[in-house]
Each structure stands twice: as C-alpha cells, then as structure tokens.
Design a protein around this ligand. Structure first.
Ligand SMILES: C[S@@+](CC[C@H](N)C(=O)[O-])C[C@H]1O[C@@H](n2cnc3c(N)ncnc32)[C@H](O)[C@@H]1O
Length: 745
C-alpha cells in the first residue's frame, strides 16, 4: 500500500476548535489562554484557537472543561450533497489517514440542501473512502464506536468545516472510573471541572484553600478539584487518543508532552485540603476508589455523613487558618434521585451546610432548582445556564466579597425602618411601589374582612412577579408568597435572578413578614414544577367574608383558595339563597362555604382528588356546615355529571371552575381542553340546571374565547360577569379573568 506524504509541515500554524458544554465557553477560553494558546476566540459550544502540533497535544492533555479538541483539516463549499462530495474527495486524505486505520464520520448543522446530518456524514465518509481507494487502492473500515481516525463535519450555511477529532472519545472519560461500578447520577468530569474553574478554585487551591463537597456521590467534584490543586493533567490516565490513526501524529513529540505533564503534577507539597462526604457509604467507597485510581486520594478526606452536620468536619486549626474555602455541591434534583417532595429537605440540608462555613467562604452549586437562592437566603454572583445530561440546570456561584451590596432603606407597613441589602439599584422602586399598593390593599382588606390578598401584581415591568399576603392576628404569623411570571428569553438571567431575590427580601420587610414565612417561587418551566398531589405542605389559616379556610401555601394546582376567584365566590354567595348548590372541579370547598353562608339549602362538592375531598369536608365542617346537607364526592367530574343527568338530578346553582386541561381518566374518555371543549362541558353541566337555575362558569386564561354562538344554538343564554367578579388586586389581569352566568333560554 502506497503511503501519502506527511500531513503537515514542521512548525506549521494549525487551527483548532475545542468543544465544551454550552455555557462554559468563557471558562474554556480562560483555560486556553492560561495554556498560552494563540488567538483564542470563545464561540457557541467551544472556543477556536491557533497553535503548533505541540499546542494541540497540550490542549488534549490539559484542558479540563473541554469535551473534545478538533483540528481544522479543511473548509469546503457545500451548497448541496454533490458539491460536498466533490470537494471532500478532492482533499488529500491519503496524507492524513494512516494505512489500516478504522474511521468514523459525524456531522452537525444543516442548510437548505443538506437537512439531515446523518446523510451529510455519509456523503463525507463516501468521498473520503472513494479518495483512498483511488489513491491507495485501499478502503478503510468504519468503526462508529472506537475509530482510529474520526472526522467531524460542521455545516454552516454553504460551507462545511472538516475537522480531525484529535482527542478521540469524549474528554470527560478521564479513565479513573471503574467500568460498570457507579453511583446514581454522577456529574460529568468536564462539567465538574467547568464549575470549579468558574468558581475560581485553582487560585484558591494555590493559596492553600479548602474545597468541600458534602454531597459528593462518586467524588467527581472532589477529584477534579484535587487534580487542579496538584496541577495534574486530567488526560494522563487516558490510553487512547484521536490522533493515533493520523499521519500527522508525531509520537516522539507526544511522548515529550506527556512526560513533561507527568513530571509536573504532584500531590506531595500541595497545600490544598479537600473534604468529601455523602450519606451513602457505598458512594464514598466508589469515590475513594476513583480518587485512588486518579492518584489524588491523599488530598481528599472522605467521610460518610449527613451534609447537615458539615460543621463537625470544619473544626480544627488547618481549616481555621486556611486562607479561604469553597463549598461545592451537586445536590439530588428530585428528578433522577429523590422525589420532588424531598427537595425542601435537601434545601434545608444545604442551608445548614452553608451556615456552617467559616466566614468568607464561597459556594458553588449545580442544580435545576432556581428556588435554591431563596432557600439558602443567598444571591448568586454568577449564573451559568447549562445542561446536566438531559436536565436543564444552572451553576450558581455565591462569591464571598464579590460586589459590595448596596442597601435600601425601607419603612414597613407597621412603620418599622430597616436597611435591606439589595443586588439591583432599581429594587428600591419595587419596594416603594409594593409599600404603596400594599398599604391601600391592607385598608381594603380590613374593611372587607379578608385576610388574604394580592398586594402587588407586576406593577413594574422589570419586576414581573406577584406578591400575595396572608395576614394573621399577630403580624409575625403572617405569610407572603412571591411568585415570578415567565421570564422572556431576552432577559438577562443574572439580573432577573437578582431582582427576584431582592423582591423576596424586600417583601418580607415591607409586609412585616418574618424571613422564613416568605415563600419565593422563581419562574420554572412547567416540567420542573412540583406535581399536584405532592405531600410537602405549608398550612395557614385565611379569612374571607366571615369564613375561615385552612389553606396550603404549597398546594398545587392552587392553595385551595385561589385569590383570583374571590369575586366568583362572592357572586356564588349572592346567588345561593335557598338554592341547591353544586360545585364542580372544586379544589377545596371554599365556594361551597360561601354558598352555604349565603343560604344554600344543600351543597354538593365534586372533585377527583381524594385528598382534596377530605380537605373540602374539613373546610365545610370548620365553618359549621358538617351535616348531611353538605356532601363531598370524590369522582371524575365528567363521569359524575353524565350519571347524575341520567338519574335526573337538578341544581339551582352550579359553580364550575374547570382546569385548562385534564387528561383522560379512563379508556374511552378523551383529554379535556378548555379552549376546545368548553361548549360541550357547559352543555353537559347545564343539563343539571333546574328551571330558572344559574351556572357560574369561571376560570383564568389569557387566550380563552367563549363560543357564545354555539351556546345560544344549544338553547343557553350567557351573561358576561367578568367585570363584577374581578378580584381586588387582579385588575392588571382583567384579560385573564373569565366568569359567565349561563342559564337555559
Ligand atoms: C446528584 S448526587 C451527586 C453526584 C456527584 N456529584 C457525582 O459526581 O457522583 C447527590 C448525592 O447527594 C447525596 N445526599 C443526599 N442527601 C444528602 C445529605 N443529607 N447528606 C449528604 N449527602 C446527601 C446522595 O447520596 C447523592 O450521592
């Protein structure tokens, strides 16, 4: 077999692209600069740089946050598949691929003509193989899993960049994990390294600082931290590289680079201290093995313990005299590990751990839980939005002594003056606005005998959140719930996070609510929220028009007393004299209590959640309506209505407050979508109305449009009651509020 010429000339300036997890581009660029690479440019998903072959080898061996190092081989025109094929075939692959090497090609990106990256990769592979067959009379075998020579193709508009994957298998495979022996949900080594670099651990380690991971699992953060502290190249244990099937590879130079790296790192004389613990003894055994294989076990103190007891491990002179420290953690997310109900407990544990830290230490967490700031009472100085596997998460860094916090002078509703640290200057305006609206609303609440009220509703566009206040007899027993609206993608995440944290802190002070009674709910994607029926509860007592309700501030889909529907409950109370009342989709019996108080002869409450029905019975009894005239039924509402229609039941007043969507409950039933199916539901329910009866149909939905024509056609009249039932404090959401009084024509 004929051999091609050498792939590159000595000292040639080569162009590289190092890939990393998205969000860590700046961190990677920082690493490249410290490695003295030239023309470093962070780009989406990685960083470009220039250097010699030796630099390329050093990048493979030393980069900690990179997942791959690629060498640019060529750039070709790729308007369509034929052009791409021709251009790739014209490239001198015989000077690149070692004879006998196995190959693989992958591609990403698309253009108008090349929409399928698998097809793009296939075209490039065919061109490469055809070229080698023509030139060398040899066709390489394809090995997609462990090739000797891997080509990466990046398609962008009409151009394709063809890279050699210089590093080979993903660089997170350091080689210190034993095959098949793992803990659940280990962090990728490159992600762990990215977190530590972003948090400034290498500098702290150099000064002799302390690193602590109290939920260390398989020890990834601790081991990566130790490798950094001891200046050990993360790639030293790797046995296979992507350049082995490349003719440009220079084994002597590689040996030199490796030997230089091996001579440099040393555990001996390293001044840093690393503590790693976990509740799970088996995880600690695995972590210790991993640390042994990576050669840093002497730097890490492992222990089996609860993170809440971290304080016990932070005593002693060594730590007291350390120049500083960093707590890192990758807590369970309530997704792969634990159920969501246990998240508050995890946050409590983290809080205890953070509170045990000596003054001046920093903290860095990787978690999908944006509520962790409120739980820890801390404001992050840096946020990196990233993915941990398939899970959207953030690295949240709370740096000691970052920017000096400004303070804002606040006078509470009760007249107490306090100075509150804030992260954003504009939060002062939020505090002023909240105070003004809350003062007026509190006066209204006293007059109306209401103890639960909305006191702020996205009045300032930059503070798009709501604040609900739950007053108690003693101010210190009150609660506030601060809930963020959806964040538009254009909003700077760190600023939005700062504003939200400020709002939570200021709401407590302005409303005279103790810190631990302020519930902060930053915006989270629907998929990340706690599901309905989860068990963590925060029960408080609320008053409304002389009625008393035990409600759950953590309740889903609502607390049991949706404040937005207060006007609807009043309307029901006003219409209920001597009525036989029916409440459908009643999350609690709050509306039934209003009906009973308004003089209803009988009330029936129907809901499909057993715990909600139990609660509804309790709420009715609590208000003195516990006799047989007031019943609660746990059944699927749609099934119950059709059965009652068959049985000929009728009611004088029906309140129906449906959810926006309901899954099918059994075979033969379809999903329910309010916007699509409301006419059918209203017609079904109206079939239970007695002569002269009224159906109050109410809910919150911005996009909803009532199909009045279809209802008229079905013999029903509709009275629009949106204005008179709009709740106090919800004026800005008038377009979301819907309430219709439906009667038989
Ligand atoms: C997501 S895993 C950490 C994974 C780790 N970063 C790794 O790379 O393997 C979370 C860990 O927290 C531990 N954990 C949960 N609650 C704990 C507690 N109260 N104290 C200590 N460890 C805890 C679990 O045992 C689990 O190992």
């Amino acid at each position: 077999m004929a051999r091609g010429k050498k792939a590159r000339a000595e000292g040639e300036d080569l162009e590289f692209f190092a890939r990393c997890a998205s969000g860590f581009e700046q961190v990677l660029a920082g690493e490249l600069r410290r490695l003295r690479m030239r023309r470093v440019r962070p780009l989406r998903g990685g960083a470009a740089f220039f250097g010699t072959l030796e630099d390329g080898y050093r990048a493979c061996l030393w980069l900690r946050s990179a997942t791959r190092v690629q060498l640019v081989l060529t750039r070709v025109a790729a308007t369509d598949a034929d052009e791409l094929y021709r251009a790739v075939k014209a490239y001198a692959w015989e000077r690149q691929v070692r004879g006998g090497a196995t190959i693989a090609v992958d591609a990403h990106g698309e253009n108008d003509a090349l929409r399928n990256s698998k097809f793009t990769a296939l075209k490039v592979k065919d061109a490469l193989c055809d070229r080698l067959r023509e030139q060398l009379d040899w066709r390489p075998d394809v090995d997609p899993h462990d090739p000797d020579f891997a080509v990466n193709v990046a398609l962008h508009r009409e151009k394709a960049t063809i890279y050699l994957n210089l590093s080979g298998a993903s660089l997170h495979r350091r080689g210190y994990r034993a095959d098949g022996v793992q803990t659940e949900a280990p962090l990728k080594e490159t992600l762990a390294a990215g977190l530590l670099l972003a948090a400034g651990w290498p500098d702290l380690a150099r000064e002799g600082g302390v690193l602590v991971d109290p939920m260390c699992g398989s020890g990834t953060l601790a081991i990566e931290g130790a490798l950094m502290a001891a200046d050990i190249a993360p790639g030293l244990l790797r046995e296979r590289w992507g350049f082995e099937g490349w003719l440009g590879h220079d084994p002597a130079l590689w040996r030199q680079v490796r030997e230089a790296a091996a001579a440099r790192g040393a555990v001996e004389g390293c001044g840093a201290l690393i503590l790693a613990s976990d509740l799970d003894a088996q995880a600690i055994a695995i972590a210790r093995d991993n640390a042994t294989r990576s050669g840093v076990v002497r730097l890490v103190r492992f222990s089996v313990d609860d993170a809440a007891r971290l304080g016990r491990h932070l005593r002693g002179k060594r730590i007291a005299h350390a120049p500083g420290g960093l707590l890192v953690a990758n807590p369970p997310y309530g997704q792969r590990l634990l159920s969501k109900d246990e998240l508050p407990k995890v946050n409590e544990t983290l809080r205890a751990a953070v509170e045990a830290l000596p003054a001046g230490w920093s903290t860095a967490l990787i978690t999908p839980d944006a509520g962790v700031d409120t739980a820890l009472g801390m404001v992050p100085d840096e946020l990196i939005s990233c993915y941990n596997g398939p899970i959207k998460a953030w690295v949240r860094i709370y740096r000691h002594g970052a920017a000096e916090r400004q303070t804002c002078e606040v006078v509470s509703l009760a007249g107490v003056r306090r100075s509150v640290p804030i992260a954003e200057a504009t939060s002062e305006q939020f505090a002023a606005r909240l105070r003004k609206v809350a003062r007026e609303s509190a006066r209204w609440a006293r007059r109306s005998q209401v103890s639960c009220l909305r006191v702020y509703d996205a009045d300032l566009p930059d503070y798009a959140l709501s604040v609900d206040l739950y007053l108690a007899d003693k101010a210190a027993d009150g609660y506030a719930v601060v809930e963020e609206r959806r964040r538009p993608g254009s909003v700077d995440e760190l600023r939005a996070t700062h504003r939200f944290a400020d709002a939570v802190a200021l709401a407590g002070v302005v409303l005279d609510v103790p810190v631990d009674h302020v519930i902060g709910r930053p915006w989270q994607a629907e998929a990340e929220r706690r599901p309905a029926g989860a068990s963590a509860r925060r029960m408080v007592s609320a008053r409304e028009d002389g009625n008393r309700f035990e409600i759950d501030l953590e309740g889903r889909p609502d607390t049991g007393l949706p404040l937005a529907l207060r006007g609807v409950r009043e309307q029901v109370g006003a219409l209920s004299k001597r009525a036989r009342y029916l409440g459908l989709f009643a999350a609690s019996a709050a509306t039934a209590v209003h009906a009973a108080r308004g003089g209803a002869r009988r009330t029936t409450t129907v809901c499909s959640y057993p715990d909600r029905i139990e609660w509804a019975e309790h709420v009715l009894a609590d208000n003195g309506f516990s006799d047989t005239k007031h019943i609660c039924v746990c059944e699927d509402v749609r099934d119950w209505v059709s059965e009652r229609r068959k049985a000929g039941s009728s009611f004088d007043l029906i309140a129906c407050t449906p959810p926006a969507w309901l899954p099918a409950q059994r075979q033969g039933q379809t999903d329910f979508e309010l916007r699509r199916d409301h006419v059918e539901l209203i017609c079904q329910v109206a079939g239970l109305l007695a002569r002269g009866g009224t159906l109050v149909f109410a809910f919150e939905d911005k996009e909803f449009k009532l199909d009045e024509k279809a209802l008229l056609k079905a013999g029903l009249t509709v009275e629009d009651a949106r204005v008179q039932t709009l709740a106090h404090g919800f004026e800005r959401r008038a377009n979301e509020h819907h309430c219709y009084l439906v009667r038989r024509a």
